[in-house]
Structure formats: C-alpha cells, structure tokens
Ligand binder design. Structure first.
Ligand SMILES: NC(=O)c1ccc[n+]([C@@H]2O[C@H](COP(=O)([O-])OP(=O)(O)OC[C@H]3O[C@@H](n4cnc5c(N)ncnc54)[C@H](OP(=O)(O)O)[C@@H]3O)[C@@H](O)[C@H]2O)c1
Length: 269
C-alpha cells in the first residue's frame, strides 16, 4: 500500500476494515486510528491489530494521506471541524457515512479542491468478503480513484456507482449483512424448536447460508432459477416457501430496503 491510512472513528466498521487490511498483508504501521473519547477502545485496537492510534486528529493527518471518515453521520460536523484545519493537498478523504453526499463533506474544505470519495463497504470486510460501492466527488482525479479502489479491493470486491444510487447500495449491501443475520437467527431458533441441539442448528444454518451464497456466486446462476430447481411440486421446500410467500417474505424485504433508503436520506440531511 503506497500511503498510510488514517481512520477518523474507530467503531465497528473501522475495525472490520482494519482487520481485513491487516489480514490482506497491510503493515500495522501503515494504519492509524483515532476516535472521539474512548481511549480504551484505541488501546484495544492497537493491541488486537498492531496499528498505531492517537487521540489527536492532527497526528492522524500528518501520518496518513488517506483519511477514512468512520463516525456516525450525526458526528460528522464536530469531526470535520476538528479535522479540516489539518487537511492539505496530499490528502484523499474517503467517507463511509450512510446518506452523506460527497458535496456535504467537500463543503467543510471551502474553496480547497480536496478529493472526496464516498465508499459503502460492509462488515464482511473483516473476512475479505465485503462488497464496496464507490462514488466519486467532483475533485476525485483518476489517480485518487485508483487509490480508493485498491484499498477496498484488498478487503473484497468493488463496484463504481453514481452517487444517486448510494442510498440504495447502503440499504441493500451496507445494512444487508444484518438482514442475513436475522434470517440465520430465525433459522437457528426454528431448528432448536424442532429438536436440534443448538450447536447443530447453528452449524447447519451457517453452512446453508454460506453454501447457498457460494453456489450463486460461483455458477453466476439467477437465485430465482436455483430456488425453482430445489422446489419440487408437493415437496418439503415447496411447503415451506408457500408459508414464506403467504407471510409476505419478499414484501417485507422490499419494505425494509425502502425504509433503510428513507433513513439514509434523513441521516444525510
Ligand atoms: N456498521 C456497518 O455495518 C456499516 C456499514 C456501512 C457503513 N457504515 C457507516 O460507517 C459509519 C460508522 O459506523 P459504525 O457502526 O462503525 O459506528 P460506531 O461503531 O458507533 O463507531 C463510531 C466511531 O466514531 C467515533 N467518533 C464519533 N465522533 C467522533 C469525532 N468527533 N471525532 C472522531 N471520532 C468520532 C466514535 O468514537 P467514540 O467511541 O470515542 O465515541 C467511534 O469510534 C457510520 O457513518 C455508518 O453509516 C456502517
């Protein structure tokens, strides 16, 4: 990795990225993180992942060319007021914030043409399996775009999108792992209620979700086709899917995604 990476915000997503980057071979000395106040959290990250941490945003900016904004959208204003005086021409700012447009981040830099890139990875970055969408601010040159893509390629796949669809990406892929975890929780609980030992229910649910995703990915098959192939008329899968359909499974997912998009728009305001 050419330039050091500085995380402004050291919560769940920052740790997932740090863990993934370390596993992908990025030197711990190339990663520096800061947060608002929880010093014990910084000590933990330093110890767990061998990175550098500091309470001082000025030190992060001095050490890193790439500054990754990883705080909640509501905390952006305070964070940028502190960070902005330390941003110079050599910096690339990457924002992970749901709902916040590149232009809103650019505004803190006034007339300076600081490159800002908006990225939406997910927690699977921790195991190098994130899918990260990237949208570019108006000062993001091809060279800076390459730097951002290379960073997120190390922790999974990347896709470039127009910023107009970033809230949809957030609702599908940023929040998406949580929908899958909820589905897994439900499958494990149902398995236990049906008499499976808890550990067996957990192992079965994990491998089922993993295998299903792997088959779709590796065969590039349409999930609807695969579903039809495993659903014989009058069979057990058919009996189960009839219930899911009657209970509005797909409608619930569609509503959930719409609600997440609405929330992203609210957060960005
Ligand atoms: N979690 C996900 O799966 C996910 C996926 C995609 C995108 N995102 C986006 O990623 C961002 C972070 O989410 P998260 O789940 O990682 O949040 P989180 O766990 O709550 O962490 C937020 C971090 O921001 C720090 N912070 C707050 N104000 C700050 C300030 N003024 N200066 C420096 N650091 C500050 C906090 O520090 P203290 O602990 O000291 O307060 C904390 O380390 C959000 O904007 C979210 O939209 C998250």
């Amino acid at each position: 990795m050419g330039s050091a990476i500085g995380f402004i915000g050291a919560g769940n997503l920052a740790e997932a990225l740090i863990r993934g980057l370390r596993d992908a071979g990025v030197d711990g000395r190339q990663i520096v993180a800061t947060n608002r106040s929880r010093r014990e959290r910084l000590a933990y990250l330093r110890q767990a992942w061998g990175i550098t941490t500091t309470p001082d945003k000025g030190e992060v900016s001095a050490a890193a060319d790439v500054l990754v904004l990883a705080m909640k959208p509501a905390d952006l204003d305070q964070a940028m007021r502190d960070l902005q005086p330390h941003i110079t021409d050599r910096h690339l700012v990457i924002s992970l914030l749901a709902g916040v447009r590149c232009a809103s981040v650019e505004r803190y830099m006034g007339e300076r043409p600081t490159p800002v890139i908006r990225a939406m990875p997910n927690l699977s970055a921790a195991v190098l399996a994130s899918t990260t969408a990237l949208a570019y601010g108006r000062h993001a040159s091809p060279e800076r775009r390459t730097v951002a893509r290379a960073l997120f390629d190390r922790v999974g796949d990347t896709v470039e999108v127009s910023e107009d669809v970033m809230d949809a990406v957030t609702a599908v892929a940023g929040s998406g792992p949580a929908y899958v975890y909820l589905f897994m929780e439900a499958l494990i609980e149902a398995g236990v209620q049906a008499g499976l030992p808890a550990e067996a229910a957990r192992d079965l649910a994990i491998q089922t979700v993993f295998g299903a995703a792997k088959l779709v990915k590796e065969t590039a098959a349409d999930p609807a086709d695969l579903r039809r192939r495993v659903t014989s008329p009058g069979g057990t899968t058919n009996a189960a899917l009839t219930v899911l359909e009657a209970r509005g499974f797909k409608l619930a997912i569609a509503d959930a995604v719409r609600q997440a998009i609405r929330r992203a728009k609210e957060l960005g305001r």
